[in-house]
Ligand binder design. Structure first.
Ligand code: SF4
Length: 315
């Protein structure tokens, strides 16, 4: 596909850790330093296998729910957020909690609460079963309906077509969400928009960067775990933007060298929960196969940093 005779890598920038993931992982590390193990985390703190395994080795215990934790235990809520029911269950057991929910997820929770208070039907665009969606829907279960892609629009029923708003999961494909919203608006012309973008800056920036390099690539590698929504979206975006092929790999070990047959240009990026060291490992491996000409494709500069969770600042 490429006419360049030197094998090269186009490296997306921005890529990797976002401000919300950085904050959540740092919160767990600080809690461990201050309290010592075991520190409990409800669900995966962020959707990345390497991060979870490293923290587990340091004494973090990941649990599915808070119900079985010993009274007084310290539990951290993950970056994806929790519903009020989970907070109530933790309080009922007398657990100490640190809330590492990304502030940009909390923003969507607050929108859901506000529109529910005003008695809107809330159409939440997102993926069935994703923890973030469960947390957001849990803020207003009687008002929220999940819209999992454009094809689910026809199945919706609302009470008053003049009082309908759409909100979304923070890690969706921007283009697919626009398509879903177009379909929603065709059915509900008075559909209200969220007060500001729900798809977060990090998701959008990583998609813009991969879109810029994908048309020039025979293969795009996205470093990320299969349960990471924003990483999986990057693979889809790369394919849609014209990459010869696009694959998700958790680590360099998952790369199959036969993928490089006939390839001259590899695009490389990583999801918002992926530590940079995993990208470096892939670069080293690509170098061993002759891909040692690395160009960075920069489409945005990110400077956002979130303050630590309130409970850690107060300690
Ligand atoms: S991907 Fe976006 S919403 Fe999710 S933790 Fe990162 S900044 Fe927050």
């Amino acid at each position: 596909m490429s006419s360049d005779f030197r094998k090269r890598v186009l490296l997306a920038d921005p890529r990797g850790f976002c401000a919300g993931v950085d904050r959540a992982v740092a919160a767990v590390e600080r809690a461990l330093e201050r309290h010592g193990p075991p520190v409990y985390v409800r669900k995966e703190i962020v959707h990345n296998r390497s991060v979870v395994e490293r923290l587990r080795a340091s004494g973090v215990v990941f649990v599915e729910e808070v119900d079985d934790l010993p009274e007084g235990a310290l539990v951290i809520f993950s970056a994806h957020g929790v519903s009020p029911d989970v907070r109530a269950a933790a309080a009922a057991r007398g657990l100490r909690t640190i809330d590492a929910t990304c502030p940009l997820v909390t923003k969507v929770h607050n929108e859901a609460k506000r529109f529910a208070r005003d008695d809107y039907d809330i159409l939440l665009v997102g993926h069935t079963g994703h923890e973030e969606v469960e947390g957001t829907a849990g803020e207003a279960p009687r008002h929220v309906q999940l819209v999992d892609g454009p094809d689910s629009v026809d199945r919706l029923h609302v009470r008053d077509e003049r009082k309908v708003v759409w909100l979304s999961q923070t890690t969706l494909s921007v283009d697919e969400t626009l398509e879903t919203v177009r379909r929603l608006r065709r059915r509900f012309p008075d559909l209200a928009d969220p007060p500001s973008d729900d798809i977060c800056y990090a998701t959008q920036n990583r998609q813009v960067a991969v879109k810029a390099l994908a048309p020039h690539c025979d293969l795009v590698l996205v470093v990320g775990s299969p349960n990471s929504s924003n990483s999986v979206r990057l693979v889809e975006v790369a394919r849609d933007a014209g990459a010869g092929a696009a694959r998700l790999i958790d680590t360099a070990r998952a790369m199959d060298p036969t993928w490089l047959d006939g390839v001259w240009t590899v695009g490389l990026t990583s999801g918002a929960s992926v530590p940079e060291v995993l990208v470096r490992d892939v670069l080293i491996l690509l170098g061993e196969y002759g891909f040692d000409d690395v160009h960075t494709v920069t489409t945005a500069s990110e400077t956002l940093v979130f303050a630590a969770p309130r409970e850690l600042r107060e300690l």
